[in-house]
Every structure is written in C-alpha cells, then in structure tokens.
Design a protein around this ligand. Structure first.
Ligand code: FAD
Length: 540
C-alpha cells in the first residue's frame, strides 16, 4: 500500500517494510499525509517493528535519502524497533543492483529479528503465462493506470539548426489541453512514450515472433503494474507501449542470461560481465540492455515470457511546461531535447523513447499525457515585486519562458514587477538559442534581463551559465540581498554542480572579512534550498 494508506495505522503484528523516495527532499504525492502525521505525532509506537528502504539520486546531494532518513529517525524516536538496517538505492549508480543486494540481505535480517525460521524463497516462475491468440485490439489500461488523457499536438517545430555539426534537435511543441484540464505556470507535463520501431523490430527478430501476432497475458502471481493482463494485444503494441526495452541489464538479469546460454564460452563471458569490476564499466556505464546481450550471445535460449517478465513497465516522462497559464490557458508548450546518437553499447542507434515519440508526432496527432502540478515551490513568486534570478541552459529555459510570459501578462495588467535576470546557455547563437526572438522582445518590454553563455562561440566571454553567473556576481548578490529567489533548471549532473559552486563563491566573496570556508558556503546554499529561496528543477 502507499504510505498515506497507513497514516496513524502502522501494523503492530509482524514487521513493516517502508519503501520510499524523496523528491527534492519532499515526500512523494502518496506519502504526504503519512509524513505530516509522523513528524507531528508523539504516539507510542513501541509495538511496531520496521525497516526502511530509500530510493534517491546522489546528484541531489543535499536532499539525498532525506525522507527515508526522516522516517527512520521519527520511528525510532517514537519507540518503534528497527529490525533491519536501512537500505539505499541510488538512481545515479547501480539502482537495480542496490535493490537486489538489499533484497538478498533484508529477508534473513527480518526472519532473524522476528525469530522466524528462514525459508528459501519459493521459485514461482514467471509472473505471466502467454496465450497466443488471433485478432488484435488496442487497450486502454495505460490511461487508467497512469491517469492519462489523449492530448492533441497543435504545433511541433524544430528550434535548432540541425545542419550545424553541433545542432542537436530540440523541438517546440504546443499541446491542446482536454476540456476542463488546467495548469499553473511552472507545472510539468507527464507524457507516455513509445519505443522506437527499430527497437521493437529487434526484439521481434531476436525471439522470431511476428509483430502482428496477438497474445493474451494471464497473471500467475506478483504485480501486473500497467501491463494489459487478460486482454488481447498485438506483440507490436505490447513491445512499443508497455515495456522499457532500453534500460541497462541488471546484474541479476545478466546472470539469468548466463543461466540460459547454451554455449559454455558465452556462459563464461556473461558470468564475467556480472562481476562488479566488469558490470559497472561494461554494462551499466555503456547502458547495455538485455536485448543487446541477447543479440550479442545468440546461444541464449530465453523464452519471450521470461524476457518480458524481466522488463520494467514503460513509464511517462516529465517535461517542464514552457508557457504561462495566464496567456495560454487552453494549451501548454514544452521544449524537448531529442535524445539520439550512436548507442553507447556499440549496438545500433540509441533513441530516447519519449523525446523521439514527441519529435515524431505531427500536428493533429496526439499523445497520452497528464498535467502534474509542481509541488516543490518552483513557481513564480506570489509577491510580484520580489526579484528573481533564473538559470536555465538548453531546454532548462522551458519553465522560464512561462515565467517571463507571466510577467508580460502582469505588466499588461499594469502591475509593478521586481527585477528578473535570466542566464541562458547554448552552443552558438546562430544554432540553438531557443526562443531568442521572444526573449529579446520581452527584454525590450522590460520584463527580463537576459545574459547568454555560448559554449562553442570563439571569443565570447562566457562558455557556460555558471561562468556568466560568476561574471555577474555583483548584480546577483545585490538582487539576493533584496530578497531574490534563485531558480535553476536543466541538466542535473554538470550544470547544477557548476552553478552551486558559482553561487557559493559569490557568497564567500560577499563576506571578505569573515573568511568563510567552502564547507560553510555549501551549508549556506543548502539551507537556502531548504528555506525555498534556492529552487531546483533538474533532471539527469
Ligand atoms: P530514455 O529512453 O529515457 O533514455 C534516456 C537515457 O538514455 C538516459 O539515461 C541517458 O543517459 C541514456 N542515453 C542517452 N544517450 C545514450 C546513448 N547514445 N546510448 C545509450 N544511452 C543513452 N527534458 C526536456 O527535453 N525538456 C524538459 O523541459 C524536461 N523537463 C524535465 C523536468 C523534470 C522534473 C524531469 C525529471 C525531467 C525533465 N526532462 C526534460 C527530461 C525528460 O523527462 C526525459 O528524461 C528525456 O526527454 C529523455 O527521455 P527519453 O524517453 O527520450 O529517453
């Protein structure tokens, strides 16, 4: 069950295993009531036995595992007994491996703590049985499972000069909202992807099945997730709409493939790949999928049922809405970076599932999507006179286009606005400067001041947004002292770290008499994040 279902109702018989994540240090939507309860409760929970497993991403260093840790601390403080050590999975690292390792250790720990006899888990076989049947029918389980609606694409334009050697495609999409659906500036759009035709064809070829064939999945045990159980679906539909085909193989999956390889040298090679020193650099880092390995080692004899049993459900992806509800209430804009290039695995081309789905849809066609209200505070300030500093290179500029449209609408209403500074970064002004004209017009209208960084323009003073922030330290600090909010959006890995460092250095330099250490500056920025003055909407 979700954590909210157990608010004030933790079982006191047996053990409770709490599996939870942090989103920018806040609880997931279905754990908010539970967190409010546990933080405020002084109830005696001494009859509760518990263990916690936390999911996170180390790129969000200051809030990594925050919620799982808080739950652990609160339960201990209320007298509950911890019956297994807290586990962690890091989405930046070997995520599924972390889960496998935890799963292996937690059952013996639990059985020991509860004085039970350890039993080897029963091998239940695959979750599904497959009946091959005639006919073909599309199904609607995805919509119900993820609460999605069909949304029509109104505009789908290329924003980048893709003929340039560094012009990677970025699409501007305008998507009509169904009747009654509303959004707020800063919200996200969740979009359901489809796997590329090429990827789907490769699976059919490897298992020698006809894409037009139809089948029915019958659930034998376990959790069906969003899979279309007890319905007739074509192989094409099942593979393109329901399963993550591109995920890197986990250690457990590599071992499973080794078990099914019929040629001893293949078994040996696969088992070697499952060893940590090889798995990390040769499978995880190169994102080698189960399909890649199945193609590489033709002696593997794995059934189609066993293959799909191993795959995660295809899940919707997030996009920052790039329009304002004030000026565009009935349709949302998004800016999508197409993920494509030679596959790191060395096997074929890699196409991001959702970005390629979106890039390929023409106006008039539709996608399954849902508006997801933002709850991290990443919204324009309610006090319009509060200054804002926005930092968003590439498609990270998306939400700020919405913020600036908001400001133009307020200006037109005669409202007084605080200062707004936008740091944007791209490769070259003539190649990929997104929404350049619109921002220039907004700047002339006094709604924003734009500072650009260009990573491939010889002689330009700033390569990356963080360089531009550093070069404008005085303005940044002066706005900060006037109560500015700082927003950062885009690539979580390199850009976010660079921006953090630039802001920390500005803080150090603003206090020359206090010899502030790098560590103290870090603590300051983290506390500003917790206070909601430094706001992040970043993705890996
Ligand atoms: P996937 O199929 O999910 O593939 C992506 C994975 O493939 C990544 O792990 C990547 O490292 C890996 N990969 C990349 N290249 C290769 C290669 N050559 N070989 C092997 N593996 C490779 N994106 C936007 O474009 N615009 C936005 O406004 C936006 N807003 C977001 C807001 C939030 C809150 C979040 C969490 C994400 C946002 N994203 C945005 C990212 C977006 O959700 C998707 O992650 C992105 O579009 C890629 O999804 P995909 O399905 O196309 O790729």
């Amino acid at each position: 069950g979700s954590l909210d279902e157990f608010t004030d109702q933790l079982p006191t018989v047996g053990a409770v295993l709490l599996v939870t994540a942090s989103y920018n240090g806040t609880p997931t939507d279905d754990a908010k009531e539970f967190m409010a309860w546990i933080e405020g409760s002084d109830q005696d929970l001494s009859a509760v036995n518990f263990a916690v497993f936390g999911v996170g991403n180390r790129d969000w260093a200051t809030t990594y595992q925050r919620i799982p840790r808080m739950i652990e601390e609160r339960l201990l403080a209320l007298g509950a007994t911890q019956v297994a050590e807290r586990g962690e999975a890091d989405a930046r690292g070997d995520f599924f491996g972390d889960i496998d390792r935890y799963t292996q250790r937690v059952w013996p720990e639990l059985t020991q703590a509860l004085g039970l006899e350890a039993a080897a888990p029963e091998d239940l076989g695959e979750r599904f049985a497959i009946d091959w049947v005639g006919g073909d029918r599309l199904d609607a389980t995805l919509r119900d499972y993820h609460d999605l609606s069909e949304m029509q694409i109104l505009v789908n334009d290329e924003m980048v000069d893709t003929s340039s050697e560094y012009g990677d495609s970025k699409r501007h999409l305008r998507i009509a909202l169904p009747e009654g659906v509303r959004y707020k500036t800063g919200d996200h759009l969740l979009v359901m992807p489809q796997n590329s035709e090429d990827l789907v064809r490769r699976v059919a070829q490897r298992f020698d099945i006809d894409l037009a064939a139809s089948l029915r999945l019958t659930q034998k045990h376990g959790v069906a997730g969003a899979l279309p159980v007890d319905q007739v679906v074509s192989v094409q539909t099942l593979l393109s709409q329901f399963l993550e085909l591109g995920d890197p193989a986990t250690v457990r999956q590599v071992k499973l493939l080794a078990e099914h390889a019929t040629c001893p040298p293949d078994v040996e090679k696969l088992l070697a790949l499952a060893e940590p020193d090889r798995y990390q650099p040769q499978v995880l880092a190169l994102r080698v999928s189960m399909l890649d390995l199945l193609e590489r080692y033709p002696s593997i004899e794995l059934s189609f049922a066993a293959f799909i049993d191993q795959l995660a459900d295809l899940h919707p992806r997030y996009y920052s809405i790039a329009s304002s509800h004030l000026s565009s209430p009935d349709a949302v804009d998004i800016a999508v970076s197409l993920v494509s290039g030679p596959a790191l695995s060395g096997q074929g081309e890699y196409l991001g599932a959702c970005s390629s789905t979106l890039a390929g849809r023409r106006s008039g066609e539709s996608v399954l999507a849902r508006v997801r209200p933002v709850d991290s505070g990443f919204v324009p300030p309610t006090d319009l006179t509060q200054p804002i500093i926005m930092i968003g290179p590439g498609t990270g500029v998306a939400p700020f286009r919405g913020f600036v449209q908001d400001r133009l609408a307020h200006q037109a209403d005669g409202k007084t606005l605080g200062d707004a500074l936008l740091f944007f970064g791209c490769r070259h002004p003539s190649v990929d400067q997104l929404y350049a004209q619109e921002f220039a017009q907004a700047e002339s209208a006094g709604a924003v001041r734009c500072i650009n960084a260009y990573s491939r323009m010889d002689g330009h003073p700033f390569r990356y947004v963080q360089d531009a922030v550093t070069a404008h330290a005085e303005q940044v600090w002066s706005l900060w002292e006037q109560g500015a909010l700082i927003y950062v959006c885009g690539d979580a890995q390199n850009m976010l770290m660079g921006v953090r460092r630039a802001l920390e250095q500005i803080y150090v330099d603003a206090h020359p008499d206090q010899s502030i250490s790098a560590e103290q500056a870090k603590t300051w920025l983290s506390s500003m994040e917790v206070e909601g003055r430094f706001l992040i909407d970043a993705w890996g």
